[in-house]
Design a protein around this ligand. Structure first.
Ligand code: SF4
Length: 317
């Protein structure tokens, strides 16, 4: 990475239009927009994570940096403890020294993949961290794990920095996107973002000799209770507009968080027949590449970010 890239990203915070919210606030001078994030390293957790897709976590796990706050506010967010934009600024701001020390501590143990979770509103900070690691001689495989609500021009600047894109494609239904995530334009915005990721990576995930991902794109879709039609439309978009060879990660881990425990649609787990209908569509579309999470994953996949190791009770992939 040229040093100019991280600096250019940082200066874009002066009039922040990093993500599709286009707030235009000066985050360098303490203003905050929709994401209520400043210019610091707002990080909720840096942890070893063994529960990602097998080609990412492998046996030993990957290092994940979980940013605080988010540019989407899904009412059912499974990481709600860290993603809610409640405070004016996220609680924890880390120093670059502390971040680098934590990450290198894991890389020294042989961990090769470094994931940034919810990075869409923190791209300048992410690139500054990557640049810092590169300057110190560390070149982990960079995984960009986003909600899909990304801006194409921001993604273009990540070409050559990100090795693996791991976006969600949550909704093909604009009404649902507005109702559940406060972003009615999500379907077309995320579709454009995914097209850009696809342009950079193509359909194949390139693997090393151990079967672990080196480069490529994996699209995640969390199936929501009562929303099978949305899921079918998502799959048709991915197979029809991108490629049936695209690697898909179908997720069944949804559980109703306290905020939606009494919600008429979201207050329950997925029914087996709902998940089966989505899997069937995936097969009928001729898709073969990817991962299908077990329905039972909803019983144990409950991260707790009040702990140092939020995933310590979740079994490995
Ligand atoms: S990153 Fe934050 S401040 Fe910038 S446009 Fe997006 S939501 Fe607004």
């Amino acid at each position: 990475m040229e040093r100019a890239v991280a600096q250019q990203f940082m200066s874009s915070l002066r009039h922040c239009k990093l993500c599709p919210r286009h707030c235009g606030v000066n985050r360098l001078q303490g203003q905050s927009g929709y994401c209520r994030s400043g210019a610091g390293l707002h990080i909720a957790s840096i942890t070893l994570h063994k529960g990602e897709e097998p080609v990412l976590s492998g046996r030993d796990g990957m290092c994940n940096v979980f940013f605080s706050h988010c540019n989407l506010q899904c009412i059912y967010c499974q990481n709600y403890q860290i993603s809610r934009n409640i405070q004016r600024e996220p609680g924890q701001t880390w120093s670059m020294e502390r971040v680098t020390e934590e990450i290198i501590g894991l890389l020294e143990r042989g961990i090769k993949r470094l994931g940034f979770v919810s990075p869409s509103h923190m791209v300048p900070q992410m690139t500054a961290m990557v640049e810092n690691l590169w300057l110190q001689g560390w070149k982990p495989i960079i995984v960009y794990n986003s909600n899909g609500y990304d801006q194409v021009h921001t993604l273009r600047q990540l070409e050559g920095i990100v090795d693996i894109y791991l976006p969600d494609y949550k909704y093909a239904d604009a009404t649902l996107a507005g109702k559940f995530s406060g972003a009615q334009d999500y379907p077309q915005v995320a579709a454009a973002a995914l097209r850009e990721m696809y342009r950079q990576m193509g359909p194949l995930v390139h693997l090393d000799d151990d079967g672990l991902a080196l480069r490529g794109m994996i699209v995640r879709h969390l199936v929501l209770p009562g929303q099978v039609q949305n899921s079918l439309a998502v799959l048709r978009f991915l197979a029809g507009e991108l490629s049936p060879k695209l690697t898909l990660s179908l997720m069944a881990q949804y559980w109703p968080t306290p905020a939606v425990a009494a919600h008429p649609q979201l207050g329950r787990r997925l029914f087996a027949e709902e998940y089966a209908a989505v899997i069937q569509e995936w097969e009928e579309l001729g898709c073969t590449e990817g991962f299908v999470q077990e329905l039972e994953s909803a019983e144990y996949y409950w991260p707790d970010f009040s702990r140092k190791e939020p995933f310590e009770d979740t079994p490995p992939c």
